[in-house]
Design a protein around this ligand. Sequence first.
Ligand code: APR
Ligand code: PHB
Length: 385
Amino acid sequence: MRTQVAIIGAGPAGLLLSHLLAQGGVSSVVLETRSEEYVAARIRAGILEHSSVELLESAGLGDRIRKEGDHHRGIYLQWPGERHHLDFVNLVGRSVWVYGQTEVQKDLVAARTAETYYDISDTSLHDVSDKPFVTFTDKSGKSQRLDCDVIAGCDGSFGPSRHAVPAAKVFEKTYPYSWFGILADVAPSTDELIYAWHPNGFALHSMRSATVSRLYLQVPNGTDPESWSDDRIWEELATRLGHGQNGWKLTPGPITDKSVLPMRSYVQTPMRHGNLYLAGDAAHIVPPTGAKGLNLAIADVALLSKALIALINEKNPALADRYSDDAQRRVWRCTHFSWWMTTMLHTSGDPFDAELQLSQLRWVANSEAGATGLAENYAGLPIGY
Ligand code: APR
Ligand code: PHB
């Protein structure tokens, strides 16, 4: 087989890249280890930045976001006794949409034109600095070879692509806590997301729709989700989110999913080696506190698609040569923002840290300068920043 771009991974990065390339007249084939059903059902983040929505709209993928997504003007930031609304629209003229990654994935699958191989195994990248090709075993057990001009590694943090960049520099940070996430069949108890600092640990009230809530609790690493009963989860969420304060109530409901997510910051550079380009989680991981993972993957692909269209259609390598440096500016901005939100909101048990966090939260919530900094980063800088 032959194609112009072999895309490894059918997550949001891989499928969106394939879509944008097709619109620019560049062919691609997508290779994915998991089944189509598994990829479609995977529960992930739910916040789209302003510039992500603009990009999806300009690619013809915005209809359902406008109809079924939930536009949020900002977020609530709180600590015991105080809840503040940060209005991003007033602060920076941009804001966010609540629209699950599973929905983005559905839209991408519906719009897909490229051939996609699901359920493959033994993915292997070859000759990336000259005449690249990918070998794999397809669903029926047959060995396949896909020749191409370029390989796009969109295979997340566990895929093989990032290992095919020799002498890559890796920056990594782990955190001494995880997120315990639940999905519940209950209407959200809030109109916009609540990020809560509490001496017991961070909590977040998010949502997926008018009838489905998504909530998180900071827990120690290694926590077994089954060791928490549903009652205990709701009690702890009520405590940390301030049930009863100023008449606010958290309404519990049936929990349909429980999972524990470790937190990590990871950046690999460069994001290109020869004819191999990395995008999304294959090159960087952020902790979820700033809701940046999906948005960063979209921003990478916006740059990469333009670079590959110019390279392949016009033989112009200028954008491709700059891709890694261009992408990394935003990657580090989001890496810093996600680290900053994480370390401001998660308790470490150290009373000195706690006082610094509360001081910072008061400043962010009460000073226009502080609030604007958070809003500008959360609502997202323009693509190409
Ligand atoms: N061969 C083919 N595909 C692979 C291989 C492999 N050897 N290894 C992994 N994959 C696939 C995974 O199964 C997955 O479907 O690559 C895909 C990578 O997708 P994601 O993990 O979703 O990563 P990405 O597309 O970069 O999306 C960015 O948004 O919500 C955030 O962090 C979250 O993952 C998310 C991110
Ligand atoms: C989510 O809805 O899953 C979500 C929202 C905001 C975050 C992280 C996750 O910061």
